[in-house]
Write a protein that binds this ligand. Structure first.
Ligand SMILES: Nc1nc2c(c(=O)[nH]1)N[C@H]1C(S)=C(S)[C@@H](COP(=O)(O)O)O[C@H]1N2
Ligand SMILES: [Mo]
Length: 226
């Protein structure tokens, strides 16, 4: 009986030590430690009022995608001299960054003004040396979505592939790791979760919404139904 009581006391002491070690001695306050909190998005930039990351109406074809960044690769493919396969860090660290406030207009009638930050698609493409027969740029995404834009449009405008919006990293539902900032084009050209940038000679290529009746040029100043 005495042995049993002693064992019970030992067990009680051992368990108490473990519980104290797990909770920390400061009563769970972990004094002196710094825990990093999620930064907040900015709502104004150079006097301009911005929309919120939460003002988008999420209506992606397959819902938000969650990309594992360790296995993620961005391919530059098709009619290029150098086929390239970048990790996320290689894209971020390998190219100059640009930022700009641009409005996204969805055909459903809502719009958002966001400060976008990222690399120029032009820089990524020229680093791979497009071949003379490359006329179109077809973007592919993790959810199977695609869209295309003329190579000319990409080369003659400062078109950003964004990894940040309102000074925070793109959240999964907004296209993490990368969304195209297809300035002056309807929202369906702003492809999210980009996995591949393909150079093509197919000037008649139709992306997901384009093959369902939406205008292939996607110009904001024109009707979106052809
Ligand atoms: N990969 C992918 N990108 C996409 C879409 C999509 O379904 N899949 N939807 C497009 C549309 S129609 C719009 S308006 C914009 C913004 O959509 P969101 O509000 O769902 O982010 O993303 C575009 N990019
Ligand atoms: Mo849209």
């Amino acid at each position: 009986m005495r042995k049993l009581i002693i064992r019970a006391i030992i067990l009680y002491i051992v368990l108490s030590v473990i519980i104290i070690a797990i909770n920390g001695c400061g009563g769970g306050r972990n004094m002196g430690e710094t825990e990093e909190l999620e930064p907040a998005e900015i709502m104004e930039y150079e006097g301009e009022k911005l929309s919120s990351v939460d003002d988008f109406r999420e209506n992606s074809i397959k819902g938000p995608q969650h990309i594992d960044i360790e296995s993620y690769r961005l391919k530059i493919s098709g009619f290029v001299e150098n086929l390239t396969n970048y990790t996320y860090d290689e894209v971020i660290d390998g190219y100059k960054h640009y930022k700009k406030v641009v409005t996204l207009d969805c055909v459903e009638g809502w719009s958002v003004d966001i400060l976008w930050e990222g690399m120029l698609v032009r820089d990524l493409i020229t680093a791979s040396n497009p071949l003379p027969n490359a006329k179109m740029v077809i973007f592919h995404a993790y959810d199977g979505y695609t869209t295309s834009l003329p190579l000319d449009y990409i080369l003659s405008n400062d078109i950003i592939m964004a990894y940040r919006m309102n000074e925070i990293n793109l959240p999964p539902e907004r296209g993490y790791p990368f969304q195209l900032v297809a300035e002056s084009k309807w929202g369906y050209k702003w492809i999210k979760w980009i996995t591949e940038i393909e150079l093509s000679d197919d000037v008649d290529y139709k992306g997901y919404w384009e093959s369902r009746g939406y205008s292939d040029t996607g110009d904001l100043d024109k009707d979106f139904f052809e």
